[in-house]
Design a binder for this molecule. Sequence first.
Ligand code: GRF
Length: 220
Amino acid sequence: MAHKTRVGILISGRGSNMASLIAAARDPDYPAEIACVLSDRPQADGLKKAQAEGVPAIAVDHTTFDTREAFEAALDAELKALRVDLIACAGFLRVLSAAFVSRWHDRMVNIHPSLLPAFKGLDTHARALHAGVKIAGCTVHVVRPEVDDGPIIAQAAVPVLTGDTPERLAARVLEAEHRLYPHALKLFLSGRARTAGASLEDTQVPVNQEKALFWPPLEG
Ligand code: GRF
């Protein structure tokens, strides 16, 4: 593939979604290459995993900056130095300023472990269980200044099962996340999903009603 988008992944911790993007980008036909992984926490496990994969892994320790602007300027400088075209947030826990987000307008995506716009923010799985939803899931969206907001690129649904704990549900959703993120990024980078103002123009994905998830399942 001739042109590959240079993606910078932002993480704060474990980095399992990061690993799924790194793995997908190994395919010569994948439209992205992973230019770097940046973490606001030097001790993030994901940094070690990225290094082991031969991806430049850099800590920009947020505690060493006096202001959010200074932290974001340092982040921007690293992204620029590594010629990053698009940011993929993957478990990045810092809220980015509107100024930073607008600099990366339509060039920053995020994964969130709920079917947005439901359950934005933290403790999503506990809140989903408390609300009694039957279907949970995850969303990849284009980042806008409001937290967990922005045009939705793709979603995956998973059932909530009797006896689920937040941990069990999180594990089931995470498996879906690992498949959804590379898929959604590819849709976005190949132009099959593109933003149109506040929303997203459709993706020319063939409709397969059979594959829609009903939970509890349909009978007969
Ligand atoms: C994922 O559930 C992601 O959706 C959320 O934070 C978690 C990060 O997990 N934003 P990992 O670091 O990718 O393993």
